[in-house]
Design a protein around this ligand. Structure first.
Ligand SMILES: *[C@@H]1O[C@H](CO)[C@@H](O)[C@H](O)[C@H]1NC(C)=O
Length: 217
């Protein structure tokens, strides 16, 4: 019995990130009707360099939105060749005082480097400690956000900031905390959230009536 429990823990740890490839590549065949974990492979003889290519990460995203940031994603949806490879990339632009609000990637650890400007970054550890791990980053600095943990970046300066980050999944997923909790569709019952957040239900009604900006494309 103990062995079964141990094996269960080990195998769930192994499958907590993208599974490894069983061939050189498996370029996503997005036209296929077959549903698998990820995408089925395109005929390898029909694969060419463009299946591993994306251009435009030199261009800033438009940060003129409520949170003052814009995430340009380069994952399996932009590069079919990333299918099964367990890696992807983003460019993040921050307006002055803009932020990439608290969010989590259910399937990826993130390693971020600041290209331009300054960022206040942090992540919070699991219960019960919920310790904030916080750092001020400048151009050239690198920081890691472990898989699943809630994290954020904030630009404290009156000038733009730019970061590039790599993520350990072809499709990391994003759960923006405020959007998921207060902007779900349909809404979570206000009474449940009032008790969860220990506030008056009016506060929840107000939060649920807001437009929750999604800064990811
Ligand atoms: C992010 O920038 C792109 C490119 O400028 C733009 O098309 C998109 O609407 C922007 N997204 C948000 C949420 O502002």
């Amino acid at each position: 019995m103990l062995m079964v429990v141990l094996f269960g823990m080990v195998s769930s740890a192994v499958f907590a990130s993208d599974p490894g490839p069983l061939q050189d590549f498996c370029v996503a065949d997005k036209a296929s009707q077959v549903l698998v974990n990820g995408f089925v492979c395109k005929n390898p003889m029909k694969v060419d360099a463009d299946d591993f290519f994306f251009s435009g990460v030199n261009k800033p995203g438009n940060t003129n939105n409520k949170v003052g940031s814009n995430v340009t994603t380069v994952n399996v949806n932009q590069i079919g060749g990333l299918n099964t490879l367990g890696i992807s990339l983003v460019r993040i632009d921050y307006a002055p005082y803009g932020q990439n609000p608290p969010h989590t990637h259910p399937r990826a650890t993130e390693i971020l480097t600041v290209i331009e400007g300054t960022l206040h970054v942090g992540f919070v550890t699991s219960n019960p400690e919920n310790r904030l791990i916080f750092k001020v980053l400048n151009a050239g600095d690198v920081f890691v956000f472990p898989v699943g943990l809630i994290h954020f970046q904030f630009n404290p300066r009156h000038e733009n900031a730019v970061a590039i980050a790599a993520l350990s999944s072809q499709n990391p997923g994003v759960i923006t905390i405020a959007n998921a909790v207060f902007g779900s569709n349909p809404k979570i019952d206000g009474g449940i959230l009032a008790k969860a957040f220990q506030v008056d239900k009016k506060v929840i009604d107000y939060l649920q009536s807001q437009f929750w900006e999604d800064n990811n494309n």
